[in-house]
Design a protein. Structure first.
Length: 314
């Protein structure tokens, strides 16, 4: 029984360890048997030997205590491996989502396409996980130094202030809002532009002036989606994301100012323009647009100021 136990233990050890560990473990078992036999003044029976071996533990557990390579990624590489994994998975999710976004918005089945996107992201994430893991595993097996990964400049270290943490719930809501607005902006989401007014149908359309800012708005929205996803992954603000988000906010203010300078924001069908109350409707619509644009500009300015204050904490 003891011989079988020892053979099981050394089976999980390296060749260099087998003899030494076997001798040490056999000595421990014999000492326990001698103590037991002295106490009871008779040889230990089979059950007592079994109890001693059980008290020592399973052979695999015993063997693992003698081995110092019980990990896929060593403690030396694990911190940087974990960080590399976070960045790799984040970038993978962003790239896959951006590549799939046009087809999702144009498919007409946003929910079904979004579910397919989730599985696509998972598949790509598994590949990234495997690639990063294999890369670090080979680096440690080839005895390559980890010093390259741990080089740093103390002057460039970020301040991990708790106040710079980001609510992932709010970030997720922001992401959904931007995606929906991007879809509407590119005519991928439709709703009725007809309103019943004084017994007649009032048709409201955006004026041609909006076409001049179509591309700039798409660029700002796409960049905002990337920043939002990155913030969601990290869960906190960084200097780079704060600066980039501030730039996007300033560009948004500029776009709002350009919109304010449009001669006409909306156009109407000819029939309704002859209605005696049309001037009042037009005034109300223009006032609503003006107030909304001013509020929007103030929000972007407030966000920019908030980012500047956060930058001072880094």
């Amino acid at each position: 029984m003891i011989a079988n136990y020892l053979s099981q233990v050394i089976h999980y050890l390296t060749e260099e360890q087998k003899q030494e560990v076997s001798d040490e473990l056999e000595s421990i078992i014999n000492d326990k048997l001698e103590d037991l036999e002295q106490q009871q003044s008779k040889p230990a029976d089979e059950q007592q030997v079994s109890d001693i071996l059980i008290s020592l533990g399973h052979p695999i557990k015993i063997a693992s205590a003698y081995r110092n390579d019980q990990y896929l990624i060593s403690p030396e590489f694990f911190p940087i491996y974990r960080q590399a994994l976070i960045y790799a998975l984040g970038l993978t999710a962003i790239v896959v989502a951006l590549l799939a976004l046009p087809s999702i918005l144009s498919s007409g089945h946003i929910i079904r396409s979004s579910i397919q996107l989730v599985f696509s992201v998972i598949d790509a994430a598994l590949v990234s996980f495997a690639a990063v893991t294999v890369a670090f595993y080979l680096q440690q097996k080839l005895n390559l130094s980890s010093e390259f990964w741990y080089k740093f400049d103390p002057k460039s270290l970020n301040n991990l202030n708790p106040k710079l943490k980001i609510s992932r719930l709010e970030t997720g809501f922001e992401f959904i809002t931007i995606v929906l607005f991007l879809a509407w902006w590119n005519d991928l989401l439709q709703w009725s532009n007809e309103i019943n007014f004084a017994g007649k149908t009032l048709i409201i359309n955006l004026s041609d002036a909006w076409q001049a800012i179509t591309i700039p708005v798409n660029i700002v929205l796409t960049a905002s989606i990337i920043v939002t996803v990155w913030q969601f992954i990290l869960g906190r603000w960084q200097k780079f994301t704060l600066i980039l988000d501030s730039i996007l906010n300033v560009l948004s203010v500029i776009l709002v100012v350009l919109i304010m300078r449009f001669d006409h924001w909306v156009v109407f069908n000819e029939a309704i323009m002859q209605h005696p109350k049309f001037d009042k409707v037009l005034t109300a619509i223009n006032l609503s647009f003006s107030i909304s644009l001013v509020i929007l500009a103030m929000v972007f300015l407030a966000l920019t100021i908030g980012n500047i204050l956060k930058l001072r904490k880094i």
